[in-house]
Design a protein around this ligand. Structure first.
Ligand code: CP
Length: 308
């Protein structure tokens, strides 16, 4: 299976075989990600990091992935300190960075930005989130977490929170449909999963249901995937206030659940998961953040042609 030179823009272009291959490669990377083994697999390779929106996990885990494999990172740094502040277009920025690096990881507030960038780039573009669109590398690490901490085959999962603007759940749903998952959607009515995505998921083989509350679904699922309400995507701040803090997990909510239940969250969290939950047997969100490193190591090794 050849990924060399590929752009990673959206999960819709991934087959199940492709995903399984990335997850298997990530598993081989784990000892290196943990610092237990050394590797020079990407020695001499440079990843350009262009983040037009804030990030902690995605940016730093891509950087860690490169350093752990002996590669280097070239950061645009703050957008205000770059020539974008003088009005340079994304297309021109990509054309220029294309000649400085071997791959580009891009986060941008505009939906479709990564696809646009791929049209001006001769090197792989990795979409690190484009507005409310897609976040495919997050999905791959989510799938990896589910595979390592629960099971992908026959999975029952509830997605709770902002299903309208949350790009991580959009990408994740598409991928889970390849595994025939049963997906329960839980959100305030203003933030429901877009109808066209639900239609697509059903066509692709997923079973989709809706629940009114976390309590209604929590005993029926293997994984509860919480998300943050995406305040920055609301056109009207008053609309955000109406839905903020509606869905929350506390130890009280978890009182009678099965020990096998896994709770995930792409992070950052705001108030959706009380810190007391961190100490329970259910919490997997910090481990999930770590799994971003082996998964992004696998992706970089594959798209740069260091592995097949
Ligand atoms: N999960 C995620 O994308 O986190 P960051 O915004 O910190 O990168």
């Amino acid at each position: 299976m050849r990924f060399k030179g590929s752009h990673i823009i959206s999960m819709t272009s991934f087959s199940r075989d492709m995903i399984d291959h990335i997850l298997e490669t990530a598993e081989k990377m784990e000892p290196i990600a943990l610092g237990k083994q050394r590797s020079d697999l990407l020695s001499g390779k440079i990843l350009a990091v262009l983040f037009f929106e804030p990030s902690t996990r995605t940016r730093m885990s891509f950087e860690t992935a490169m350093y752990r494999l002996g590669g280097n990172v070239l950061s645009l740094g703050s957008v205000d300190a770059s020539s974008i502040a003088k009005g340079e277009t994304l297309a021109d920025t990509i054309r220029v960075v294309d000649s400085y690096a071997d791959a580009i990881v891009l986060r941008h507030p505009r939906e479709g930005a990564a696809h646009l960038a791929s049209e001006f780039s001769t090197i792989p573009i990795l979409n690190a989130g484009d507005g409310a669109g897609h976040h495919p590398t997050q999905t791959l690490l989510d799938l990896y977490t589910i595979r390592r901490e629960s099971h992908l085959e026959g999975l029952k999962i509830a997605l709770a929170g902002d299903l309208k603007y949350g790009r991580t759940v959009h990408s994740l749903c598409y991928a889970l449909s390849l595994y025939g998952a049963h997906i329960t959607m839980i959100s305030p009515k203003e933030l429901r999963m877009p109808g066209e995505i639900i239609n697509d998921l059903e066509k692709r083989g997923a079973k989709v249901t809706e629940a009114d509350s976390i309590e209604e679904a929590i005993n029926e699922v293997d994984v509860l995937y919480m998300t943050r309400i995406q305040k920055e995507r609301f056109p009207d701040p008053a609309e955000y206030q109406k839905v903020a803090n509606r869905l929350k997990i506390t130890n009280d909510v978890l009182k009678n659940v099965r020990p096998e239940l896994r709770i995930m969250h792409p992070l950052p969290r705001v108030n959706e998961i009380h810190p007391e939950v961190d100490e329970t047997v259910h919490a997997r969100y910090f481990k999930q953040a770590f799994y971003g490193v082996p998964v992004r190591m696998a992706l970089m090794a594959l798209v740069l042609g260091a592995m097949e």
